[in-house]
Design a protein around this ligand. Structure first.
Ligand code: F6P
Ligand code: FE2
Length: 186
């Protein structure tokens, strides 16, 4: 019986995915209006500056029940005032769907918020593995000086609910305070 090569390869040091069709999004400063607290500092950034990008494998159509998606997110180092570069963050549209994250390179935080707006965070360092509970918004933050890369595996019917976060935000923000990352009430 035939033994084939793997469908694709993830470099466990960098998170780079090769060997199959990879699709992703780039989020630049111009895509992230209203996300960061310090609007004055935000307005000083070049609109085309890259904040983060994704490289994902979608083996089934979005919305398929029972499938999974796989991808790496790369967050650039940087701050907006005291606030670290971070993802927009989202609940899942099917809010009971979980997700797994695992860190490749750099250091960061996984900021989580439940539907009662209780917020907490987990440190992300190479090898750290995180299971995002159901009904929990999630956002990742680069707290280091290098690119922060982590993998994600999530159900293909989870979807993204960005609107709830655009309307109300997270109840806490990851800020550099005296050189140290802190989770501070928003
Ligand atoms: O979707 P956001 O909040 O911009 O953040 C990107 C991250 O979330 C995902 O959408 C997965 O849920 C990945 O693409 C990546 O892990
Ligand atoms: Fe997600």
């Amino acid at each position: 019986m035939e033994i084939s090569a793997p469908q694709f390869v993830t470099d466990w040091k960098t998170g780079v995915v090769t060997g199959t069709e990879v699709q992703g999004v780039e989020r630049r400063v111009s895509d992230l209006g209203g996300v960061f607290a310090d609007e004055g500092a935000f307005s000083q950034l070049r609109p085309d500056r890259l904040v983060y990008r994704t490289a994902c494998v979608f083996p089934v159509p979005e919305g398929t029940e029972g499938g999974v998606f796989w991808g790496t997110t790369f967050i650039e180092p940087g701050t907006v005032g005291a606030e670290y570069f971070m993802t927009k963050g989202h609940f899942h549209a099917k809010a009971d769907r979980m997700e797994a994250y695992f860190t490749f390179g750099g250091t960061g935080l996984l900021v989580l918020m439940d539907t009662a707006r209780n917020c907490w965070a987990e440190e992300m360092t190479p090898g750290s593995t995180h299971l995002i509970p159901p009904y929990t918004a999630h956002r990742t933050v680069n707290t280091g000086d290098d690119v922060f890369s982590f993998g994600a595996c999530w159900p293909s019917d989870a979807g993204h609910d960005y609107d709830s976060i655009a309307e109300s935000g997270f109840s806490a923000r990851a800020l550099r305070v005296d050189g140290i990352p802190r989770l501070v009430p928003a």
